[in-house]
Ligand binder design. Structure first.
Ligand code: NAD
Ligand code: TYD
Length: 378
């Protein structure tokens, strides 16, 4: 089957992995990467696919309704995989308006243009898909009832024997009530509601997925793992928010991209799927693992850079714990994470150390000013 697919935010971290997977796996599809190229968008993330005949890049703001409608019509778009967003919680605390504009108004603009185009066709919504990528942060924060962590098994899934220590009794389920705390998660929650409303009101074939924290190659170094790898390499301080005891649930980015592929093709319309690998870690434990790994790979004594750990003022409204239950996706569609965290971290650290030119490129220019503003005036 031949499909014309737009992937928004394809020049960003997760989007670039999704574009790469689709371009390589589906030569019969036309893949259009639509991205505004904000500070987080970088076409160097896609050097290896840019010359493929089934790939095209279009520079566009998702808020530009007219331009997007024209693109839908010109390219006869069948499917939209929507990842474009402002994605960093710290930036949302400083500048919530940009998050409302892109994440809420931008998503609404795509929905309305898709509706107009698809409703103009004889087959209407038949064979069409609007797939919206969201985050577990919309569910709010879970309690840390077991600060020391408890051993598996604590739930019944295919991979329960491989769970990392769980720091609470409960998980985020697809049925968990939305309770976003940050301007970022509030804007994502709002966009999720609009997507579902377009199904319920107009019958648009939508799917929403909520994924846990991703890590891996090509992540912009304002997020914990790449920022810290780069700082350790250059022996710069590692700003740990609060006590470093917040818990996040980590998934290797290529596993997220594979889940998106599975759900785009096999997911049921109007459903929500949680995506995660049952892999909870306290920030400070990740940070120590990253320090040891960077030190070892750079030939420094393991742990030599522990003194870079610098506890700083906590993030405002810092969510204590995220933990995703992805049983539905695992049981219904047969997806499973492919990597253990230790393996994924090793691969990730190695990638950043081997790709210093990429890091130097994205950390030049405005990036420096951003970090001066973000950290020096705390
Ligand atoms: P990212 O910040 O690395 O990339 C976002 C991309 O969107 C960039 O290429 C940027 O140029 C583009 N973009 C931003 N505003 C735009 C606009 N107005 N018009 C067009 N393009 C625009 O983000 P990411 O980490 O790859 O996240 C991608 C999606 O996945 C987001 O929707 C995010 O909410 C979601 N998500 C991320 C994570 C995570 O851990 N990173 C986890 C779960 C869900
Ligand atoms: P981040 O990568 O920003 O992802 P998110 O806020 O979406 O979970 O942060 C991951 C965790 O690491 C989060 O608990 C905040 C913490 N953190 C630090 O302690 N220091 C930092 O410099 C950053 C960027 C994050």
């Amino acid at each position: 089957m031949k499909l014309n697919i737009v992937i928004t935010g394809g020049a960003g971290f997760i989007g670039s992995h999704v574009v790469r997977l689709f371009v390589n796996k589906y030569p019969e599809y036309n893949i259009i990467n639509l991205d505004k190229l904000t500070y987080a968008g970088n076409l160097a993330n896609l050097k290896d696919v840019e010359d493929k005949p089934n790939y095209k890049f279009v520079k566009m703001d998702i808020c530009d309704f007219d331009a997007f409608l024209k693109l839908m019509q010109d390219e006869k778009i069948d499917g939209i995989i929507h990842l474009a967003a402002e994605s960093h919680v710290d930036r949302s605390i400083k500048d919530p308006f940009t998050f409302a504009r892109t994440n809420v108004m931008g998503t609404l603009s795509l929905l309305q243009a898709a509706k107009l185009y698809w409703e103009s066709l004889p087959e209407r919504y038949e064979g069409k898909r609007f797939y919206h990528i969201s985050t577990d942060e919309v569910y709010g924060a879970l309690e840390m009832t077991n600060p020391e962590g408890i051993k598996p098994p604590f739930t019944t899934t295919a991979s329960s024997s491989e769970h990392h220590l769980a720091y609470g009794k409960d998980f985020f389920y697809e049925t968990t009530k939305y309770q976003p705390h940050s301007p970022y998660s509030a804007s994502k929650a709002s966009s999720d509601h609009f997507v579902r409303a377009f199904h319920d009101t107009y019958g648009m074939p939508t799917i929403v997925t909520n994924c846990s924290n991703n890590y891996g190659p090509y992540q912009f170094p304002e997020k914990l793992i790449p920022l810290f790898i780069n700082n350790i390499r250059h022996r710069k301080p590692l700003p740990v928010y609060g006590k470093g005891e917040n818990v996040r649930d980590w998934l290797y980015v290529e596993d997220h991209a594979r889940a998106i592929d599975t759900i785009f093709h096999k997911g049921r319309i109007a459903e929500t799927y949680n995506i995660g690998g049952f892999n909870e870690w306290k920030n400070i434990d990740i940070i120590k693992t990253v320090i040891n790994t960077v030190d070892r790979l750079l030939g420094r004594p393991e742990g030599a850079d522990m003194d870079l750990i610098t506890y700083v003022t906590d993030r405002l409204g810092h969510d204590a714990r995220y933990a995703i239950d992805s049983t539905k996706l695992q049981k219904e569609l047969g997806w499973e994470p492919s990597l253990q965290f230790e393996e994924g971290i090793e691969k990730t650290v190695k990638w950043y150390l081997d790709n210093q030119a990429w890091m130097d490129n994205v950390t030049s220019g405005d990036y420096q000013k951003y970090y001066e503003d973000m950290y020096d005036k705390r």
